[in-house]
Design a protein around this ligand. Structure first.
Ligand code: ADP
Ligand code: MG
Length: 188
């Protein structure tokens, strides 16, 4: 059913002039942009966006360990230590840099936007996803360079994240209701 989800074109996407291609990928899939703005996020919004929640930080660490394991590389740090370190990198990545924030609406928008975006590490991402098509970054390279993986986009991870993230970046008055010309095919 109809859902709303948050998309951020991260600074690397903006610097590489890939804003248009990112939006087009969602629009081409029948999803509708109902709010959009360019911002330089301050530290406090990044702090609220990437919550310091232990479970979330452990999930970042677990995905990282898993990716290394698949390639036979052993990781000494705990999930939490990795998550905490990456949260630090995320402040450097997003704070005071140009970001395009969008709310995307449509059928199963959260899952569809996630699928179109692809896996966290572009090297692992499906070749037809945005991250897979436009980036070749990876866990090892990001870790070696002590920075966040430059994967161009943030998209809400699940419905609960979307419900928290949309109002963090947008006031309800900044969201615009309108009908796309092709909507009747899906929704009438
Ligand atoms: P996603 O953005 O795919 O939902 P996560 O929520 O797990 O991924 O992580 C948030 C962001 O942190 C990622 O998009 C990426 O930029 C960065 N990141 C995650 N894991 C690592 C890592 N091992 N090394 C560097 N950066 C990472
Ligand atoms: Mg996430």
């Amino acid at each position: 059913m109809i859902e709303r989800t948050l998309v951020l074109v991260k600074p690397d996407g903006v610097y590489r002039a890939l804003i248009g291609k990112s939006i087009a990928a969602f629009e081409d899939a029948g999803l509708k942009v109902i709010g959009i703005k360019m911002v330089k996020p301050d530290r406090s919004i990044v702090d609220k966006h990437y919550v310091a929640d232990e479970e979330y930080l452990k999930s970042i660490g677990a995905k990282t360990i898993n990716s290394y394991k698949k390639r036979g590389i052993e990781v000494k740090d705990t999930e939490l230590q990795i998550g905490q370190r990456i949260r630090g990198y995320l402040f450097d990545y997003l704070t005071n840099k140009p970001v395009v924030a969008m709310v995307v609406e449509g059928n199963e928008a959260v899952a569809n936007v996630k699928k179109i975006t692809g896996a966290t590490s572009p090297t692992d991402a499906d070749r037809s996803s945005i991250r897979g098509m436009y980036s070749s970054d990876s866990y090892d390279l990001a870790d070696a360079k002590k920075r966040a993986i430059k994967n161009m986009l943030h998209v809400s991870g699940d419905k609960a994240d979307a419900a928290r993230e949309v109002p963090l970046w947008f006031k309800e008055s900044e969201l615009v209701e309108y009908k796309r010309s092709d909507e009747s095919m899906l929704y009438d």
